[in-house]
Ligand binder design. Sequence first.
Ligand code: MN
Length: 195
Amino acid sequence: MSENLAEYKKKRDFNKTSEPSGNRTEEHKYPVFVIQKHNARNLHYDLRLEVDGVLKSWAVPKGPSMDPSKKRLAIETEDHPIEYANFEGVIPEDEYGGGTVIVWDKGTYENINEKDDKLISMKDSIKKGHVKVILSGEKVQGKFALIKSSGRNKGQWLLLKMKGEDISTDHNGDILDIRPESVLSGKTIEDIEKI
Ligand code: MN
């Protein structure tokens, strides 16, 4: 695990930032996912999926959409420690990725990526650039796919809601606007930045 987190640790000074150091490990019966809203130089959302003891991470500039026709760019970022799933607060300006973070949505997920009726592990799915999961969050639910772009755009993926029978919670507008608050504290980015 520590090897996966080398880049995460290298980028941060834990004397300065209140982000988790990544020295603690946790086991979950069901893997967790989290979407953090991060007001850095550019406002974006960070999607993280628990895989083999770390959080595999993508920065999603526009955030997830519940509309299957809206594919969202998702840029691969470094693995984060599991306990990052509960992190919210202010990262100092001079620290990597500084800015305000809230836990915008959190829950568990299920890997549903199959080939010939066999489940493909998350590790292999990510390696192949084709991930299929059911997200069970408070705001975001249903089947989502992450598809890695081929060609020159290294580290670029697309995040999209898969068409399916599951009921969208977003028929009356954009969930990002309707529910801007943290699922942990109820606070918005603006609430935290006002203090
Ligand atoms: Mn971020």
